[in-house]
Write a protein that binds this ligand. Structure first.
Ligand code: NIG
Ligand code: FE
Length: 408
């Protein structure tokens, strides 16, 4: 049965906007006093509420009272929210000025989360992952990418990916898994970095394929992780096995996004250290440039050059990078709003980066805009003007959330 919901003070369907490049707010189509007609979780029509009501007399009407701005649900295309324990000790050391190396030597860093995640059972990982996903969903994030990468051996990477699959059945948010077994060379692996990557290619990725645990593979290219040469070999092989690939690129040094573009990765994420060269490469490619303001805030470092990327013509998405180490906050809207003030991003660019441009980073073409045939994943904010959403810098939270047309 068809359902008509409204009237909403404003609807921003995010349709008709280019997938790449700078955007002005005036380019956004806004429907005043709008309604949404849905059926079986999909959008059937969008338009003037009264007109839709007249045209669809048999539709069940769900009346909305008060002021509401309706947007597509947000897509967080980069998180690491499947983990055990926390790294509050790292953070305290960091804000006292300790360096990455000093923290690692004191037992912190990614390896600490690997230890704590290995200690957690699959059931424990599921519980905390579902809690984090539900918190995200309550803040309007209806699709959440989730990486492994704190297992770093066959059994524990599989434990994480299975936990993500199980958790997906326990939350209404869509969880999109990614294998990040190439997060760093595990300290207890007896061999070189390339030997570890070869081991992952031979002994882990085939199982992941066979058990359909994910179709996405990520790698961290960085001095402390994997070099461009080894990463290229790894990504080529993963691509040949049919995986979509994505890269943690240019976080501290600018050498990952070149590989990402050359390999045809769906996205290159981080980019804090990208220079003109990498910006041009990304802008002239189909690889989505994913900025992660939460990692900049967590590490106390510069933002990725989002303004320059957009002006160069890149497709820029914004994700939370929610993880126990560099980005523990996990508030996507707040992070996007704060970055937009520093980087001078328009509301249209921020909303695009949180919706259809982020969906492209996950190769999902059924969400991110509100239009006929797309998923009715939607959220409303209690205000009369869409500009209030970024103005309150993340403190104005959504008050109504729909997933697949269902009220959450
Ligand atoms: O995206 N850069 C590498 N990986 C994560 C951090 C993981 C961690 O510190 O646990 C990131 O920031
Ligand atoms: Fe990350």
């Amino acid at each position: 049965m068809k359902k008509l919901t409204g009237p909403f003070t404003q609807i921003l369907p995010m349709t008709g906007l280019p997938i790449k490049g700078a955007l002005k707010d005036e380019q956004m189509h806004i429907i005043s006093q709008g309604g949404v007609l849905t059926e079986n979780g999909r959008i059937v029509a969008l338009g003037d509420f009264k007109k839709l009501r007249k045209e669809n007399p048999s539709a069940q009407v769900e009346k909305i009272t008060g002021q509401h701005v309706l947007l597509p649900g947000f897509v967080d295309c980069h998180t690491h929210i499947c983990f055990g324990g926390n790294r509050a000790k790292d953070y305290a050391m960091r804000i006292q000025g300790k360096t990455y190396l000093e923290i690692a030597r004191a037992g912190g860093g990614i390896w600490d989360s690997v230890t704590q995640t290995r200690e957690a059972s699959e059931a424990e990982l599921i519980i905390t992952l579902v809690q984090r996903a539900e918190r995200h969903l309550s803040e309007g994030v209806t699709t959440i990418e989730v990486k492994s990468g704190y297992g770093l051996n066959i059994d524990n990477e599989l434990k994480q990916l299975k936990a993500i699959k199980q958790a997906a059945g326990q939350t209404k948010a869509s969880l999109i898994p990614t294998c990040l077994a190439a997060h760093m060379r595990p300290k207890d692996f007896n061999g070189s970095s390339i030997e570890y990557l070869t081991h992952v290619l031979q002994d882990l990725l085939p199982i992941i394929k066979q058990q359909e645990l994910t179709n996405r593979v990520d790698i961290f290219i960085e001095e402390s992780a994997f070099n461009t040469f080894d990463a290229t070999k790894y990504l080529l092989a993963a691509k040949e096995m049919g995986f979509d690939i994505t890269v943690h690129a240019d976080q501290f040094t600018a050498d990952g996004s070149t590989v990402a573009v050359e390999m045809g990765a769906v996205s290159a994420d981080h980019l804090e250290a990208s220079t003109k060269h990498e910006i041009n490469l990304l802008a002239n490619s189909d690889t989505v440039a994913v900025t992660l303001p939460g990692a900049s805030l967590g590490l106390g470092m510069n933002y990725a050059p989002a303004r320059k990327l957009l002006d160069g013509g890149a497709c820029v998405a914004i994700a939370s990078d929610w993880n126990p180490g560099s980005a523990p906050m996990g508030d996507l809207l707040m992070q996007a709003a704060v970055m937009s003030a520093a980087e001078k991003l328009s509301t249209a660019e921020v909303f695009a980066g949180l919706t259809f441009r982020a969906a492209k980073a996950l190769n999902l073409n059924d969400r991110g805009v509100l239009t006929e045939g797309y998923r009715a994943d939607m959220q409303t904010y209690p205000c009369a003007d869409y500009r209030e959403i970024l103005y309150y810098q993340g403190k104005l939270k959504p008050d109504i959330i729909y997933v697949n047309g269902d009220l959450i």
